[in-house]
Ligand binder design. Structure first.
Ligand code: ADP
Length: 264
């Protein structure tokens, strides 16, 4: 004879069903809260460039357009705000695609030295404007091939090097060094700029988190760059590490596997 009565069996089934449902509801509530917070953050971030552009356009319409100098200045500022808005929307789309897991990674073998040189070439103009010297060092005897998503790693280097320029003093330095060990390539991006307070370091990878909001905006930042960097590196099973001292500068590092050419 079975020792468990049918009633107890039903009770225990109902119990485990209730526990499972409760968990499901908790997850849904957490997701809903996350979504609400995300939408609130986005709305807030979108308002800043929209209000700025609106302000300039309305002032022009109210008569400022008559003064040629003022007109040009305000049109340029309105254009800058619209560019910031465009960048923000693009970064949001990228981050959203990454977080929902729809982004595919296309791995290919490429030379990391060439990729970094391309990024530097793109950012040179920005660095010159702020009198920042970009230095790139690597041991030319070593191999620097990796197998990764080239476009996405370009984005990682672009964000990190551009931060080393943005959060630096005029005349400062951004030093990129590439090292190759037995199995890995390590990219170090070091600046002697503002540095990051210890209490902020663990939060800078969160979306929209900035140590100094006005500086970030002034420099054309969206507050999403490092969140994107983190996601891309996660897609490569890699991580970003950072160490920083306020007033001295910061060091961001990441590694990728070294691609070895097979010998027959
Ligand atoms: P942003 O678009 O604001 O540059 P990021 O996600 O790239 O956004 O960086 C987040 C914040 O981390 C920045 O606003 C800045 O306060 C800080 N930060 C990032 N890189 C550096 C750096 N090299 N030196 C000092 N602060 C940095």
């Amino acid at each position: 004879k079975s020792s468990i009565s049918p009633l107890r069996k039903i009770n225990s089934t109902i119990n485990s069903y209730a526990i499972a449902k409760n968990k499901e509801i908790e997850t849904l509530q957490r997701n809903a809260a996350f979504r609400r917070e995300f939408i609130a953050d986005i709305s807030h971030e979108l308002k800043t460039p929209i209000f700025a552009a609106q302000g300039y356009v309305h002032t022009l319409l109210d008569g400022a357009v008559e003064d040629v100098k003022v007109r040009d200045k305000f049109l340029k500022r309105a254009a800058k705000s619209l560019n910031a808005l465009d960048k923000l929307v693009q970064d949001l789309l990228t981050l959203n695609q990454m977080e929902s897991g729809v982004v595919k990674f296309h791995f290919e073998v490429f030379n990391m030295v060439e990729l970094i040189e391309e990024v530097i070439e793109e950012l040179e103009h920005k660095a010159e404007k702020r009198h920042i010297n970009i230095r790139f060092t690597y041991n030319s005897d070593k191999k620097f091939m990796t197998n990764a998503d080239k476009d996405k790693i370009y984005r990682v280097c672009q964000n990190l090097i551009s931060n080393a320029i943005k959060y630096n003093h005029e005349g400062g330095e951004a030093h990129i060094s590439l090292n190759s060990s037995k199995n890995a390539l390590t990219v170090d991006i070091k600046d002697n700029g503002l540095g990051i307070p210890a209490e902020d370091i663990k939060r800078i990878f969160e979306r929209f988190y900035r140590v100094d909001k006005s500086r970030s905006r002034e420099m054309g930042g969206t507050g999403l760059g490092l969140a994107i960097v983190k996601h891309i590196l996660e897609g490569h099973k890699s991580k970003i590490s950072v160490s920083s001292t306020v007033g001295k500068g910061s060091l961001f590092s990441f590694s990728l596997p070294l691609h070895k050419v097979k010998k027959d």
